[in-house]
Design a binder for this molecule. Structure first.
Ligand SMILES: [Zn+2]
Length: 447
């Protein structure tokens, strides 16, 4: 059974006639189509998303009050598992240590193989003190949900509730992936996405596409944003040592001052970013650490720096190691200094969104949010996210969800200790995710 409802009432019939009269008079009709099956479905999904919004807010505030660091998300994982089970969804816990996987099997699968659409939300919090000042302020000292992951989880549980309520009409499966340890992991640990994949999260059933979101106050609550290609740039990483020659500051010409050379290198790298990269692209080069020298009156022998480079273009990114080395080499040679550069291209890879899935999600989201609330991103955000581990293996979309509302605390940037999410965010993200799941499984069925 499809999701169609062929019912058309007399008001709608009258609208159709009005449209036809408009055409006869040579005027553009004011509406493209009379209210149709598609509109009925969109209205049903919107109503269901509105109906679960209060529950989503409640879950988000509960998780916000009990934030947990990477691989310690036991309470959050138990909450996800319990909520999914209460909706009649199959649950597997302990996938990638504290990860949770839910599978909702659709009731409108006629026969044979069917498709599976996946959604991922990350569960971990940050090691930062929560200063939100709301009744749901963190009760875990030094730990806070300042990246919105509490909201991502709550919204996906809301989507699960909407889709479970429509399971009889789902033409395939929906897989829910609640991921641990998204935030920076030490070098000797693997990220939660990798841990889940190693534990079989992509198997049985394998998702044919995966959708995931991140909340940001750069867009108004009630809207979402997406683009084809990279939606997060990831970053390159480098380690640079400038090697000079020690000398007393009374006789500077007898040495090579690595600190002076390093200062020139940093300035040259900033000029490189501003003057040699296409200004249509977004770029950020940061020297984040620097150390060198051993006394106030001695020319430093070496200076060590580490930094990151982020760019919106994957093509230009290929050229960056050579361009950056040329800049460093030129400056160092002009002072007679040497250097050692270790450049790690795609240290954190970009998150790549596929054309077909972006097109599907865009049109499904327009159905429930309206065209004006589905925004085309011009550039990727110059950030990194472990969601690339999923999207490197499965096509899909990492989309942005606007979370800024009237209250000033919903305008604080991500990772701010008072980061908050406007209430209008909940029905919008739930409706967009739910409609995307429904439309994805329908089009997969009809292919
Ligand atoms: Zn995040």
């Amino acid at each position: 059974m499809g999701l169609a409802n062929v019912y058309m009432d007399m008001t709608e019939v009258a609208e159709v006639y009005a449209l036809q009269r408009g055409k006869l008079r040579g005027k553009e009709p004011t509406a493209m189509t009379p209210r149709s099956d598609a509109d009925n479905l969109a209205n049903e999904v919107k109503a269901a998303a509105n109906a679960v919004a209060a529950r989503v807010k409640e879950i988000r505030e509960d998780i916000h009050a009990h934030p947990e660091l990477r691989y310690q998300e036991r309470r959050t994982a138990a909450l996800c598992a319990e909520e999914l089970r209460s909706l009649g969804i199959e649950v597997t816990e302990g996938v990638g240590q504290t990860g949770v996987v839910g599978v909702l099997r659709g009731g409108a699968i006629s026969s044979g193989a069917c498709q599976t659409v996946g959604f991922r939300a990350e569960m971990d919090a940050l090691p930062t003190e929560d200063l939100c000042g709301h009744p749901w302020q963190s009760t875990n000292p030094g730990v806070g949900h300042h990246c919105g992951h509490d909201g991502h989880v709550a919204a996906l549980l809301g989507t699960a509730r909407v889709l479970a309520g429509m399971r009889d009409r789902l033409e395939g499966n929906v897989k829910f992936l609640f991921e641990p340890a998204e935030e920076a992991t030490p070098d000797d640990e693997i990220a939660g996405s990798t841990a889940m994949i190693n534990d079989g999260a992509l198997d049985d059933p394998r998702p044919d596409a995966i959708f995931a979101c991140h909340f940001y106050p750069e867009w108004p609550a009630g809207s979402i944003a997406m683009k084809v290609g990279s939606s997060f740039s990831g970053n390159d990483y480098f380690e640079l040592t400038v090697k000079g020659k020690e000398s007393h500051s009374a006789v500077p010409w007898k040495g090579i001052d690595a600190i002076v050379v390093a200062a020139q290198v940093i300035s040259a790298l900033q000029s490189f970013t501003a003057r040699q990269l296409d200004i249509e692209e977004a770029a950020s080069l940061t020297v984040g650490t620097i150390s060198g020298g051993r006394a106030s009156n001695i020319l430093a022998e070496t200076v060590e720096m580490t930094g990151t480079v982020r760019i919106s273009s994957e093509e230009i990114r290929d050229d960056l190691p050579a361009m950056i080395e040329r800049t460093i080499k030129g400056v160092c040679e002009s002072f007679g200094a040497e250097y050692d550069l270790k450049y790690f291209s795609r240290h954190l890879p970009a998150v790549i969104c596929t054309q077909a899935e972006v097109d599907l999600m865009r049109s499904a989201s327009i159905e429930v949010l309206g065209r004006e609330h589905v925004i085309e991103m011009r550039h990727p955000r110059l950030a990194a996210d472990t969601v690339h581990e999923w999207l490197d293996r499965v096509p899909g979309v990492f989309f942005m969800v606007g979370s800024a509302g009237e209250s000033p605390d919903t305008r604080y940037p991500s990772h701010h200790q008072r980061f908050n999410i406007a209430d209008e965010t909940w029905p919008a993200v739930v409706a967009a995710e739910s409609m995307t799941a429904i439309r994805y499984l329908q089009q997969a069925r009809s292919e």
